[in-house]
Design a protein around this ligand. Structure first.
Ligand code: PMP
Length: 320
């Protein structure tokens, strides 16, 4: 889809994946005016292709668009385009449970000029790729390093938007964490390095002395679709999630008092990632062996069953 001032969004086309010509002065190449989404389609045993909350991804794309001065999209129309595209490619969607079709919609500023101002031209792309199971052998706890030097976002910044620049800002921290044997970093707030925000590509939940906690959305945390699903599923099970500020000191204190029962990340890629090790400065917090009666495990089972059509869709999240 193309956008031009005066014309709006126009020219929807489906074409084979191929390299494209880009003007070297395109705004996206210089000032990062771009946004994206990540979502998945799942194939059921009956061969049905199911999307999980796709409208919510496009609504989030529109919220990111607003922050980045990118024109709003017509969510219904783009959903229609996506469905056409998936229909054409459905034979490539793997059927093995755990595998899926990754969907990457993105919008970039394409006007050629070198001044710093919002572009007058954009392109919206949707590319697809089959992906293997995130956990080929069942849920595996991850090792996470609490980042105490770099920050990802600050209030009033871009943290709440899914924009390329946020990921550029995260690369060095993630690289350093990986070199120390961790899979991702846990970001703290960008002002005091005190309050927990989110993981590299996931939101975070803790269970402390029976209380389920996730950091409240504050403008610098990405409002994850999985985060929202987890809150709603837990509520339907009669459990409460407290969305509130939680400091890293509170997490450490809970660990020291043996009250940190669980920690897990939530995101489209893994659905649920139980945290096995959380390291903050010199403090290594080893969480109990992951047990099948944990909240993380139950949530993973429930949400993946929904996605593969093995659970009643009482939430109306599945679109096929
Ligand atoms: N935070 C960040 C920074 C992310 O990149 C993601 C992945 N989109 C998430 C959280 C989780 O969001 P979602 O559940 O919508 O995948």
């Amino acid at each position: 889809l193309d956008y031009e001032e005066g014309k709006g969004w126009h020219n929807p086309v489906i074409e084979p994946y191929q390299p494209m010509l880009v003007d070297p002065a395109s705004a996206i190449l210089h000032y990062g005016q771009g946004i994206f989404e990540g979502m998945k389609a799942y194939k059921t045993n009956d061969g049905l292709v199911q999307l999980f909350r796709p409208r919510d991804n496009f609504l989030r794309l529109n919220r990111s668009a607003e922050r980045l001065c990118i024109p709003q999209i017509d969510v219904d129309f783009v959903l229609e385009c996506l469905n056409k595209l998936i229909e054409l490619e459905s034979e490539w969607i793997p059927t093995k449970e755990g595998t899926s079709l990754y969907i990457r919609p993105y919008i970039v500023a394409t006007e050629s000029f070198l001044g710093v101002r919002p572009s007058h031209k954009y392109k919206l792309f949707i590319i697809l790729s089959p992906v293997g199971a995130y956990y080929p052998e069942g849920l595996k706890p991850v090792k996470i390093l609490v980042e105490d030097k770099f920050v990802r976002a600050v209030a009033g910044g871009l943290g709440e938007a899914k924009t390329m620049a946020n990921y550029a800002a995260s690369l060095l921290a993630a690289q350093e964490a990986k070199s120390k044997g961790f899979s991702q970093v846990l970001w703290l707030d960008g002002v005091n390095l005190k309050y927990v925000e989110e993981v590299g590509t996931m939101n975070i939940f803790f269970k402390i002395n029976g209380e389920i906690i996730t950091p409240a959305l504050n403008g610098s945390i990405l409002p994850g679709i999985t985060r929202d699903s987890v809150i709603k599923v837990l509520k339907s099970w009669g459990l409460t999630v407290n969305e509130r500020k939680i400091s890293i000191d509170e997490v450490v204190e809970a660990f020291d008092n043996e009250l940190l029962e669980e920690a897990f990340g939530t995101g489209t890629a893994a659905v649920i990632s139980p945290v096995g090790i959380l390291q903050y400065k010199d403090k290594k917090m080893e969480l109990k062996d992951f047990e099948s009666d944990s909240i993380a495990h139950k949530l993973y089972d429930f949400i993946t069953k929904l996605q593969y059509g093995k659970e009643n869709d009482t939430f109306d999240w599945i679109k096929s």
